[in-house]
Design a protein around this ligand. Sequence first.
Ligand SMILES: NC(=O)c1ccc[n+]([C@@H]2O[C@H](COP(=O)([O-])OP(=O)(O)OC[C@H]3O[C@@H](n4cnc5c(N)ncnc54)[C@H](OP(=O)(O)O)[C@@H]3O)[C@@H](O)[C@H]2O)c1
Length: 209
Amino acid sequence: MRIAILGTGRMATGLGKGWLNAGHFVAFGSRRPETKAAYQTEIGADSRVYGFEGAITAGEVVVIAVPYAEAEPTAAKYADLLRDKIVVDITNPFASQPTDGRAGAELTASAIGDGARVVAAFKGNFSTTLLDPVDHTGEPRDVLFAGDDAEAKGVVAGLIGDLGFKPVDCGPLHAAVMLDLSVPMLIEMDGRLNGGQHNSSFRFSYSGG
Ligand SMILES: NC(=O)c1ccc[n+]([C@@H]2O[C@H](COP(=O)([O-])OP(=O)(O)OC[C@H]3O[C@@H](n4cnc5c(N)ncnc54)[C@H](OP(=O)(O)O)[C@@H]3O)[C@@H](O)[C@H]2O)c1
């Protein structure tokens, strides 16, 4: 697939390298692509760094991997370009969790407007684990995801599997509230039980799953 990733930080780089390894084309979006020559060298000639508009245009799937505060404004600014695309919102609100009961990804979907195909995913996956999808027990780590568009969710589940993770469907986009709220718990537990190494992850065990 052609995947656009908005951002060139830790999450963007881990996801992008994983999908490049799996044979996808990745277009990274940067605020200042002209300053990214070294980054372009790091990610290799099979992918390219564009501005946001160029990356979105190049992708069938668009991953929003910018700071949470930038997610909604970015979705609003590029709404016309994002409307027909599958949009993966990985941003974590933390203290900026919407106070009206919505998930951060629901604000992203509202900013895109009618026809938005937003899937929330990767919120509870430390960037340091993205190229290490199998944990110390030999089992794949979970990637929890939520969304309202069944076809979009199927595509995202496939992309999660291509990275070597186990996709876990958590329900409609509104269920992304619990994904948002689970991240502080993960970080707290990683600190208490794992010395803050950021290589811990969720694995949800259930009958049939
Ligand atoms: N780190 C994790 O383990 C983790 C795990 C799950 C989810 N997340 C979420 O994933 C998103 C990205 O996290 P990250 O750790 O990859 O962040 P990061 O390393 O700081 O990278 C964020 C990237 O966003 C771009 N950006 C666009 N607007 C920006 C702005 N106003 N200020 C700063 N950067 C801006 C930058 O790329 P350019 O400079 O090229 O424009 C930057 O490289 C966040 O929303 C975070 O909550 C992070």
